[in-house]
Design a protein around this ligand. Structure first.
Ligand code: BG6
Length: 533
């Protein structure tokens, strides 16, 4: 008899819910972007497996493997889920298991459960080889066919390229040559790729052409992990599930928008990836421009990938960088300084970085959206390493009321109204507005109204990679940028990068501060200031 239990997975969701009850937390099972019917029904991936290229790298160890375990632990993977690691090491199955269990214990969000681990580990395999090794890829292809038989993966495989983009070409060609890019019968093959998606428009196009020559666009899942964050998806809920905000969400009321991604960490240990790349390519091109698209786009007809992506594409097409870049952008590099109680080295003293490196660790720019909704409203984007604290937020700063029946003195402590979407940490939303100070005089002062996720909900948010890996297995593409979005983002950024390439050394800013002075001047010229989050 066929088992039609929709809850069949590595463990049952009820096991997991027992844990959640014990810990006083609940989890969300549904994808609010997709499930129209019962929002509490878990979405469980069908028969499938995943091959990770670059499984010994940092990303796999810190994010992917823990996320796969968390999905298994939540009962969201199919019973025969199979994980194949591919890499240069001469590892046996048990070497691979030892490696994965360490990664899981160090990084998983949910509790470690021996029975879940054992069932997951049964489906773990390792294939040794280089990325250009015909024989090793043929071995991999044979192994996958055997596993289809043994584990019931039905020919459905996702290939996760957690490797530097220089290897994309080799891996894609090998997948094609060895016949793995297409599965038998009705089975599916998908490729999941990580940024950087090129380093400018031209290279992004080449990369997209290369990938699309092997995998059709519908089988390509580009990870922008910011789109997997709950609070980023909440931008859609906030904007389109409420009546309150939309009437104000335009150039009549909004003075400007600030999108900030500040990090307190430095770049020690990441020279190989970061030197020569810099802050704009690392996060503005992807995470921050995606945030801008979600904040600024028009309402999609629904949340299917086609409709959501169409609206994002429309707004990105209308977005341009504001010139002259000498006044509308800022670029910095951290020098040594006090980060909290620790004295930390500057970028050029960090191990592996060129002592003459001109790579920026801070980038800010001004973008405009040429549409009726946003005409004349600057979007200021900034990001930096070794800043005062870690925070990602989107702030809509409102214009002053056109008329004030108060005398100037009574409003000296009032600034502009602000709506802040706090992406992390302390996920939530804040509104800042003027209120009367108690007393006989009419004095108005700014106050905050604060919504915090952790106080409002008992549900615990899944990690971005859990959501995205599951979505890729389920063929749910809403949260993955398309090749067109990627190319449009480069088109926006390229002129700024070209200008910076000719501008020599970025301005230094001491670690632990809020970036270079030129960033403050950039806003001061327009009589504005950066928020101090
Ligand atoms: C990555 C960048 O995409 O995002 C890193 O390459 C950055 O430089 C990281 O540190 C930040 O991610 P999160 O989820 O910690 O905000």
């Amino acid at each position: 008899m066929t088992n039609t239990n929709p809850f069949e997975g590595l463990i049952t969701p009820s096991d997991y819910e027992d844990d959640q009850k014990r810990s006083g937390k609940r989890d969300t099972w549904s994808n609010p972007l997709r499930d129209k019917a019962d929002k509490r029904l878990p979405r469980i991936a069908g028969p499938s497996g995943m091959v990770i290229f670059g499984v010994t790298g940092d990303l796999a160890r810190k994010k992917l493997l823990p996320a796969i375990y968390d999905l298994a632990n939540r009962g969201l993977l199919p019973a025969g889920f199979t994980l194949v690691g591919y890499g240069r090491r001469d590892w046996s199955k048990s070497n691979f298991e030892d490696y994965v269990i360490k990664a899981v214990k160090a990084g998983a969000r949910t509790d470690f459960r021996q029975n879940v681990w054992e069932r997951l580990a049964e489906g773990m395999h390792f294939v040794t080889g280089n990325f250009d090794d015909d024989q090793a890829f043929d071995n991999l292809a044979n192994r996958l066919s055997e596993l289809d038989e043994e584990r019931g993966t039905a020919g459905n495989w996702a290939f996760y390229l957690s490797v530097p983009p220089d290897y994309f070409s080799d891996v894609c060609h090998q997948l094609q040559r060895s016949g793995m890019a297409e599965g038998p019968g009705n089975s599916w093959r998908r490729v999941i790729i990580e940024k950087p998606f090129g380093h400018d428009l031209e290279s992004a196009k080449r990369l997209n052409n290369l990938i699309n020559s092997v995998f059709p666009e519908k089988s390509v899942f580009r990870i922008d992990h910011y789109l997997g964050k709950e609070t980023v998806q909440n931008i859609l809920a906030l904007r389109f599930a409420n009546q309150l905000f939309d009437p104000l969400w335009n150039s009549h009321y909004v003075d400007h928008v600030q999108i900030t991604m500040a990090e307190d960490i430095g770049l020690g240990g990441r020279a190989g990836y970061y030197d020569g790349i810099g802050a704009a390519r690392d996060v503005i091109q992807n995470h921050l421009i995606q945030l801008l698209a979600l904040v600024a786009m028009e309402e999609p007809i629904d949340f299917t990938p086609e409709e959501l992506q169409a609206e994002k594409i429309k707004v990105l097409r209308a977005t341009t960088p504001v010139q002259p870049f000498s006044r509308t952008t800022a670029r910095g590099q951290y020098s040594s300084g006090w980060q909290g109680s620790e004295y930390v080295p500057g970028l050029r003293e960090e191990e592996g970085f060129d002592p003459k490196s001109t790579t920026e660790t801070y980038a800010a720019c001004t973008l405009m959206i040429n549409s009726r909704r946003w005409a004349g409203v600057p979007f200021y984007l900034r990001t930096g390493k070794r800043l005062g604290r870690r925070v990602t937020e989107i702030a809509l700063v409102f214009k002053d009321a056109p008329h004030q029946p108060f005398d100037a003195g009574s409003r000296h402590a009032q600034g502009q109204n602000v709506v802040v979407i706090r992406v992390q940490p302390d996920e939530g939303m804040l509104m800042r507005f003027g209120s009367k100070v108690p007393g006989s005089a009419m004095e108005v002062r700014d106050v905050n109204m604060d919504f915090s996720y952790s106080e409002a909900f008992t549900e615990e948010s899944p990690e971005a990679y859990e959501r995205l890996i599951l979505d890729a297995l389920l063929d749910e593409a809403s949260l993955f940028p398309t090749n067109e979005e990627v190319e449009l983002s480069w088109k926006i950024l390229d002129p700024i990068l070209d200008y910076w390439a000719k501008s020599g050394q970025p301005e230094e800013y001491p670690s632990g501060t809020w970036g270079p002075e030129s960033a403050d001047r950039m806003l001061a010229r327009e009589s504005r200031v950066w928020r101090r989050p």
